[in-house]
Design a protein around this ligand. Structure first.
Ligand SMILES: NC(=O)C1=CN([C@@H]2O[C@H](COP(=O)(O)OP(=O)(O)OC[C@H]3O[C@@H](n4cnc5c(N)ncnc54)[C@H](O)[C@@H]3O)[C@@H](O)[C@H]2O)C=CC1
Length: 408
């Protein structure tokens, strides 16, 4: 299927940053992007392709790599987990076309994250053409001249926002950092605490996460929370649990050694301390989810203002509470900090799941909520906190999914 012809200059938003404007631009006849009218046309197509999204994704990548073999090198050899990300992101963005603020926030976040992949402005037209052709093929019922025009306008706006955001970020930060492992400590049979030294300052806020690539799985990136607040020696700490099918986590836990060099993408995440608030911090950390919670405690300590911080640290069993000793030591030093271990099995501490333990405590209405851990824990933890009287806009978490982080 031939790509639709798109002559003429871009009528979309004026570029606010240097760098070439993508050639993938609306036909002058398509006119300026009109969110609400276009949103309807776009949604109809999205509804039609949803049940066939797997086939659509395969076709999209086949087109992309056949027409642009050079682009293949930006992706990992095995496309499994990475595979759907680009396409899902495109569809998510298209579905947000009439929510301009959320769209710009989402795309700016996405675009900063894409810098580490080596994405360049000239890749956007190539992706856009394949997206349009894949949609045309898999949405025969809702596709037509009008729908195509709406998608082209939306994609042109989307790519421009992303190109501008990447250019702006490039003025402030590198696309990636080399980071040498300086210590590697096994805490359980499958959890390691890894300290790295980045090759240049890594500016982040306590509670954020970084993307990590190992030398053993090139171009496969995974996100790990930073387990410390920014330190004067510039070192960064990660807590990594090896999960059965997790190539990166298994390599980091069982293979990485001091001297190995990892690559890091820029920091991201919204679970950061609101220092304008005098409220206490109610923190739920499940398993390695305790890592960013520890960073938050260090951050509060560094700001020198005593605010009550209540940490509920959850794990399956006492043996899995791999960082309890350090937290206990912090608790002894910091009068405003209280740490309560919660485990599912028999224990000297609280028995049960984190959200239940929180429900039994309180009152929590003078606290802000911070949650980190498995998605199910975050979901039920948020419910418990809202039920305990903490409004949802005072609850922060990153489910390590850009959009959820923005909306959460
Ligand atoms: N920023 C973040 O949100 C971070 C998230 N993580 C995530 O934390 C997870 C750690 O996983 P595992 O070690 O397997 O956790 P796990 O299975 O050992 O569970 C940890 C804690 O969460 C509780 N929990 C688990 N599922 C729950 C549910 N549905 N409802 C209520 N409580 C629940 C458990 O009772 C336990 O207290 C990983 O998914 C990792 O990606 C890790 C670090 C940071």
């Amino acid at each position: 299927m031939a790509p639709p012809s798109r002559p003429g200059p871009a009528p979309g938003p004026a570029p606010s940053a240097p760098g070439p404007v993508p050639e993938f631009t609306a036909n002058p006849g398509y006119g300026r992007f009109e969110p609400s009218r276009d949103a309807e046309l776009i949604r109809r197509v999205l509804d039609e392709v949803e049940p066939v999204s797997q086939a659509l994704t395969s076709y999209f990548y086949a087109l992309l790599f056949t027409r642009n073999p050079g682009v293949r090198t930006l992706f990992p050899a095995a496309m499994d987990a990475q595979r759907d990300r680009l396409f899902k992101a495109l569809l998510t963005a298209a579905g947000l076309v009439d929510e301009r603020r959320t769209l710009v926030e989402y795309l700016s976040h996405l675009s900063r994250g894409h810098r580490k992949y080596g994405t360049r402005p000239e890749h956007y037209p190539a992706v856009g053409e394949c997206l349009i052709d894949a949609l045309a093929r898999y949405a025969p019922r809702t596709w037509g001249e009008e729908a195509e025009a709406a998608w082209v306008r939306a994609y042109t706006a989307i790519s421009q926002i992303m190109i501008d955001a990447a250019a702006e970020d490039a003025r402030k930060a590198p696309a990636l950092w080399q980071a040498e492992v300086v210590s590697h400590e096994m805490r359980t049979s499958d959890i390691a605490v890894i300290t790295v030294r980045p090759d240049q300052p890594y500016p982040f806020l306590a509670g954020q996460y970084a993307s990590v690539e190992t030398p053993w799985w090139p171009k496969v990136w995974r996100q790990y929370s930073l387990a410390c607040a920014p330190r004067s020696d510039g070192l960064l700490v990660f807590h990594v649990k090896a999960v059965p099918a997790g190539w990166v986590s298994r390599a980091l836990v069982h293979r990485a050694r001091p001297g190995d060099v990892l690559r890091l993408g820029g920091p991201a995440g919204s679970m950061t301390v609101d220092h304008s608030s005098g409220n206490g911090l109610l923190c739920l950390g499940g398993s390695t989810g305790i890592a960013p919670i520890k960073a938050l405690v260090e951050d509060v300590a560094g700001h020198g203002r005593a605010r009550p911080v209540e940490v509920f640290y959850g794990a399956r069993s006492d043996l899995d509470l791999y960082d309890l000793d350090t937290l206990r030591e912090m608790e002894r030093r910091l009068s405003w900090l209280s740490v309560r271990p919660v485990v599912e099995g028999p224990s000297g501490g609280i028995v049960g799941r984190l959200p239940d333990a929180v429900r039994q405590g309180g009152p929590w209405h003078a606290f802000d909520g911070y949650l980190s851990g498995p998605p199910g824990m975050i979901r039920s933890g948020v419910d418990a906190l809202v039920g305990a009287g903490i409004p949802s806009d005072r609850i922060r978490h990153d489910s390590l999914d850009g959009l959820t982080a923005l909306r959460g």
